[in-house]
Design a protein around this ligand. Structure first.
Ligand code: FES
Length: 103
């Protein structure tokens, strides 16, 4: 695992998501009411671009844009079909005003 820079905190305000590419892995980094979470941007159902879909900041639910499966952004858990397996999550830290994800 390595800390990858996502960007300054100003670029990821509450309610925002930012997608970062780390080699072959694509990660969506979310700000839910000031708390940061990161999910692999690959739906466990059929590899849909999860972080490109809508999400609800209040409930922390991300909706896959391909077939509509819901995921808990905080845990990666699949909440609705057609997905039933979780997506990978990654730790997020803030260092000196910079958001970083451990991938
Ligand atoms: S690829 Fe995400 S629900 Fe099918």
């Amino acid at each position: 695992m390595a800390l990858i820079t996502v960007g300054p905190v100003e670029e990821l305000p509450p309610g925002a998501v930012k997608i970062v590419h780390v080699g072959q892995v694509v990660v969506g980094v979310y700000n839910l009411a000031g708390e940061y979470y990161a999910l692999e941007d690959r739906c466990s159902h059929d590899d849909g671009p999860l972080a490109e879909g809508d999400f609800d900041e209040a409930t922390g639910v991300a909706i896959c844009p391909r077939h509509g499966a819901n995921f808990d952004i905080r845990t990666g858990k699949a909440l609705t079909l057609p997905a039933y397996e979780p997506v990978e999550t990654f730790p997020v830290v803030v260092e000196d005003g910079v958001v970083k994800v451990d991938v």
